[in-house]
Structures are given as structure tokens and as C-alpha cells.
Design a protein around this ligand. Structure first.
Ligand SMILES: NC(=O)C1=CN([C@@H]2O[C@H](COP(=O)(O)OP(=O)(O)OC[C@H]3O[C@@H](n4cnc5c(N)ncnc54)[C@H](OP(=O)(O)O)[C@@H]3O)[C@@H](O)[C@H]2O)C=CC1
Ligand SMILES: Nc1nc(=O)c2c([nH]1)NC[C@@H]1CN(c3ccc(C(=O)N[C@@H](CCC(=O)O)C(=O)O)cc3)C=[N+]21
Ligand SMILES: [Mg+2]
Length: 309
């Protein structure tokens, strides 16, 4: 095999989240134009409480992507010591604002604010993160609801390398409400056999070795090594870890990318894998929310009923 062929194969093995997210974003931009032609301007409200530096970077990136695809965004920056009451009343006013179709409250929230209470306050039809219990429940029942962005982005990446996941054994490491649990639900819906692994699981390495599809969402830098991975496995690395090395900061995943490379059939890099997909799916959800709200309003106009979105 000459080196050029090798380079092409190497490119194939690396699941390019940046490129695939660009595809998603161009589809979203097209949907935005269609909505605009119907007199609807999709708008996303982003709420950030406090000054967490990582959150500031993520929020900035979300606003940039929104602008790219023609989604209007409104930013609400609240001080660290904002009361729960103030935050809840902001959400209430965004719920009532017909010009805002998507509401995102950046997590984590400062201590002292009840995260669940805040997420439950968002109208489910505007819940572009898919974190409201009604959307979480809907996902678990297989209903068509707004889905959490990171797991749905992972599914989109998986579909690129694997058109039919039916019968495959998927192992998800991490059981958070925002990644691990909804990821397991989506894989189950795609007819995978799903194992959900967490910090109390025994013999995690053996569990990972069984995976045809391995999803790592732990938050432990390069925890997953070559001898944890079955040859030919597909690996999705959700982890975003900042590590100090030789005086500079580097971003690494939960998987030791270089170590597992020879064993895997395909793998997502960090950065440039799941991260950009998360933001693209947020834009996709915002458009979907706008479409649903527009459909509801039009329907109500026809039948005269008073239910508002
Ligand atoms: N790329 C993206 O778009 C996103 C990336 N992330 C990144 O993904 C990672 C996970 O995020 P998130 O789900 O919010 O993290 P959480 O900290 O909320 O959850 C981590 C999960 O990993 C489990 N865990 C911790 N240590 C181990 C271990 N040694 N072995 C097995 N399981 C373990 C925990 O188990 P237990 O429940 O028992 O405590 C928990 O379920 C982070 O690096 C985060 O930065 C997150 C969101 C989006
Ligand atoms: N309500 C809410 N919704 C979220 O979806 C949400 C959240 N809160 N809190 C934090 C996590 C984390 N998250 C990421 C999004 C994009 C990248 C991303 O774009 N990553 C780039 C690198 C960015 C960098 O350099 O740091 C990449 O992987 O290529 C990462 C992580 C969304 N989250
Ligand atoms: Mg978390």
C-alpha cells in the first residue's frame, strides 16, 4: 500500500465531526430560508448564569453558528449570584415571547440554583436541549420529541459509518442525564443491545471489550486504551478534557486516540468530533421547534382553538 492510499484510508477511519456538522448546518440554513419565506424568523435565547470560562466559550460558539445559518439569537448574561426566582421569571418571559422559539440554559448552573426546577420551567416545545422531563419521557417512549443535542449528534456520526446498527452491542460509559442516559435510549431505539456503564460498574474494561459501538462520556482524560477495545469497534468519544502538558493546555477525549487507532474501524477525534455536532444539532432543534410552533399557530388559526404553543 503506498502512503497516499494509506492517507485516504486514515481519513476514512477518522469520523470528521467538523465536516459532518457543516452538512447539518447547511441543511439547517435551507430550512431557515423556508421558514423566513413563511414569515417566521427562528430565534434562540441563550441564558448563561455566572462566568464559567468553558461555558463562555461554548456559548460564544453557539451564537456564531446561529448567525451562520440565519438563526437570530438573544443572549441573557446573568451574574453569578442571580436568584433562582430571577432566573425562573426570565424563563417565564421567554416562554411567553412568541418571537423566541428555542430556550437554552447553559449548564452547569451556579450552586444554590435547582437545575431540575429551572429545566422543568422551560416550555417543552421550546426546550431545544431536550432536557425537560416531558421530552426525556417522550424519548424513552420513542415519541418524536426534541432530542438532546450531544446524543443525537453522536447518532448522526454513527449513521455515517454504520447504516444499520440493528443487533450491534453498544456500550455507553457514563450515565449522566445530558449524555449517557439519552445516548443509551437512542441506541436502543436503533435496535442495539445496550450496556450502560458507570462508576459503580464492575470490570469496566471487559464490558468495553464487548462493544461493537463504544461511546465514552466520562470526563476522564484518555481513560480508554487499546486493550479495552474490540478490534473493529466503532468508537465515539464525547469527552472534552483540558490537560496541561509541557506548560500548554491541550484538549483530549476520554479515549486514548493514538493508542486505540490500530484496533478501531472508525473513531471520532477530539476536538473536531462530537463537539461541533452538538452545536449543529442545537441549530437543527431550534429550527424544528420553530417549525412545530409555526404549525401549531397556523392550526389554531384554522380551527379557532385557543391553545398556544
Ligand atoms: N462534546 C460535547 O458536545 C459534550 C462533551 N461533554 C463531555 O463529556 C464528558 C461527560 O460529560 P457528562 O456526561 O456531563 O459528565 P458527568 O460528570 O455528568 O458524568 C460522568 C459519568 O461518568 C461516570 N464515570 C466517572 N468515572 C468513571 C469511571 N472511572 N468509570 C466508569 N464511569 C465513570 C459517572 O458515573 P456515576 O454516575 O456513577 O457518577 C457518570 O455517570 C465530559 O468530559 C464532558 O466535558 C459533555 C457534554 C457535551
Ligand atoms: N444546556 C447545555 N447544553 C449543552 O449542550 C451543554 C451544556 N449546557 N453545558 C456544557 C456541555 C458541553 N457542550 C459542548 C458543546 C460544544 C463543544 C465543542 O464545540 N467542542 C469543540 C472544541 C471547543 C473547545 O476548543 O473547547 C470540539 O470538540 O471540537 C464542546 C462541548 C455542550 N454542553
Ligand atoms: Mg455533567
Amino acid at each position: 500500500m503506498n502512503s497516499q492510499t494509506q492517507a485516504i484510508l486514515a481519513t476514512d477511519k477518522r469520523i470528521d465531526g467538523k465536516a459532518i456538522s457543516a452538512q447539518v448546518l447547511s441543511e439547517v440554513a435551507e430550512q431557515v430560508s423556508q421558514l423566513q419565506a413563511q414569515g417566521v424568523q427562528p430565534c434562540l435565547a441563550v441564558v448563561l448564569v455566572g462566568k464559567d470560562p468553558a461555558s463562555q466559550v461554548y456559548v460564544k460558539n453557539k451564537l456564531l453558528r446561529a448567525a451562520d445559518v440565519g438563526i437570530l439569537s438573544v443572549e441573557h448574561y446573568l451574574p453569578e449570584h442571580t436568584s433562582e426566582e430571577t432566573l425562573l421569571s426570565l424563563i417565564e418571559s421567554l416562554n411567553e415571547d412568541a418571537k423566541v422559539q428555542g430556550i437554552l440554559v447553559q449548564l452547569p448552573l451556579p450552586k444554590g440554583i435547582d437545575e431540575i426546577k429551572v429545566l422543568e420551567a422551560i416550555k417543552p416545545i421550546k426546550d431545544v436541549d431536550g432536557f425537560h422531563s416531558s421530552n426525556v419521557g417522550g424519548l424513552s417512549q420513542g415519541r418524536s420529541v426534541l432530542q438532546p443535542c450531544t446524543p443525537s449528534g453522536c447518532m448522526r456520526l454513527l449513521k455515517h459509518v454504520c447504516s444499520d446498527m440493528s443487533g450491534m452491542h453498544a456500550v455507553v460509559v457514563g450515565r449522566s442525564n445530558i449524555v449517557g442516559k439519552p445516548m443509551a435510549a437512542l441506541l436502543l431505539q436503533a435496535n442495539c443491545t445496550v450496556t450502560l456503564v458507570h462508576s459503580k460498574s464492575r470490570d469496566i474494561q471487559s464490558l468495553c471489550q464487548m462493544a461493537d459501538i463504544l461511546v465514552a462520556a466520562v470526563g476522564r482524560p484518555e481513560m480508554i486504551k487499546q486493550d479495552w477495545v474490540k478490534p473493529g469497534a466503532i468508537v465515539i468519544d464525547v469527552g472534552i478534557n483540558r490537560v496541561e502538558k509541557d506548560g500548554s493546555t491541550r484538549l483530549v477525549g476520554d479515549v486514548d486516540y493514538a493508542d486505540v487507532w490500530d484496533s478501531v474501524e472508525a473513531i471520532t477525534p477530539v476536538p473536531g468530533g462530537v463537539g461541533p455536532m452538538t452545536i449543529a444539532m442545537l441549530m437543527s432543534n431550534t429550527v424544528e421547534a420553530a417549525q412545530r410552533q409555526h404549525a401549531l399557530v397556523s392550526m389554531n388559526r384554522v380551527d379557532g382553538s385557543r391553545e398556544s404553543p
